[in-house]
Design a protein around this ligand. Structure first.
Ligand code: ZN
Length: 316
């Protein structure tokens, strides 16, 4: 029997846990609820208990497990400590250390959830076969993760890969959730697409199916664009142009082989990758134009894959 590893993706409502072969096959996955009460102090204990119970049920001895990776929805310092994680109520904790102690000293490595998702997509998803991958997740916000030479970039303060909070518009008057103005997230997230669509609809009289939508969503905008609604096409072009500009900055810094686009908005498919690529090529030069654009393929499992890869990467 081969060696095993565990990927643990801590989310605001549930913790996803995956048991993997170190070769990359997912053997089993399950979830435990995230208990956020009392500063989230029960979360790691719940995870440890659930892992021990599952290994026992499946009759897998701990000696077969090489380690576990832990994805945290906030910045993680290089030593695995978390100063603050608003979503979980954590302050000044080292969840990886805590988990390792509860699992009999099993090696545990922690990372930011968006960064580990990128690692997962590089390992077994949309970026498979490449070592230089930048992932951008277009959901309620815009998340990012950068892999260079197969290694996840977290940086000195755990903010490496925060693509969503690059300032791409110095003239913006509205504030981003982070407290700054003009962040990529304000235009390229699902929320941002709706915000820009509503502004554009108010500012013009142009006919569009979007005027008939009860509560407008990013999917409405992209669907209407696919059906050729001229107004929705303009909105889609505008959002892809802004995203492309942000990604061209990333390209100038890390020069990835491929940008992997994930998150709810990416379900619109090739309309996004193709339109972003078209504008991206106008913002870069030379061989940067060979940069590929693909869609994420692991969905919500990217985190557990990346966490598993996190520990395999360190074991080498
Ligand atoms: Zn921001």
């Amino acid at each position: 029997m081969g060696k095993k590893c565990i990927g643990i993706d801590v989310g605001g409502t549930s913790v996803k846990i995956g048991l993997f072969e170190t070769t990359g096959d997912l053997l089993l996955k399950w979830e435990v609820p995230t208990r956020k009460e009392e500063g989230g102090k029960y979360i790691i204990g719940d995870v440890a208990a659930s892992i021990l119970k599952t290994l026992e049920e499946k009759q897998i001895p701990m000696e077969e497990v090489v380690g576990a990776g832990l994805g945290v929805p906030g910045p993680v310092m290089p030593d695995g400590s978390v100063e603050v994680c608003v979503n979980l109520g954590w302050h000044n904790v080292n969840p990886g250390k805590e988990l390792s102690a509860l699992l009999g000293g099993l090696p545990v490595k922690s990372g930011n959830d968006a960064n580990v998702a990128a690692l997962g997509e590089m390992w077994q998803g949309g970026g498979k076969g490449y070592e230089n991958v930048a992932m951008v997740t277009l959901g309620t916000g815009v998340g990012g993760g950068i892999i260079v030479g197969g290694k996840m970039i977290s940086g000195a303060h755990g903010y490496g890969g925060e693509i969503g909070h690059m300032c791409i518009n110095t003239h913006e008057t509205e504030y981003c959730n982070c407290g700054k103005r003009g962040c990529l997230e304000q235009y390229a997230s699902a929320t941002g697409i709706v915000r820009m669509a509503k502004k554009a609809l108010e500012a013009s009289e142009e006919d569009s199916v979007l005027r008939k939508a009860d509560s407008l969503t990013a999917k409405d905008v992209l669907d209407a664009a696919k059906f050729g609604d001229a107004f929705a096409v303009k909105l889609t072009e505008d959002f892809c142009r802004r995203l492309a500009r942000g990604l061209s900055f990333v390209s100038c810094v890390t020069d990835p082989d491929i940008f992997v686009i994930g998150g709810g908005v990416s379900k619109a498919g090739s309309i996004i990758t193709e339109t972003v690529k078209k504008y991206f090529d106008g913002y870069v030069f030379g061989s940067q134009k060979d940069t590929k654009f693909g869609l994420a393929t692991l969905g919500n499992d990217a985190g557990i894959y990346g966490c598993a890869k996190l520990i395999i990467g360190t074991e080498k």
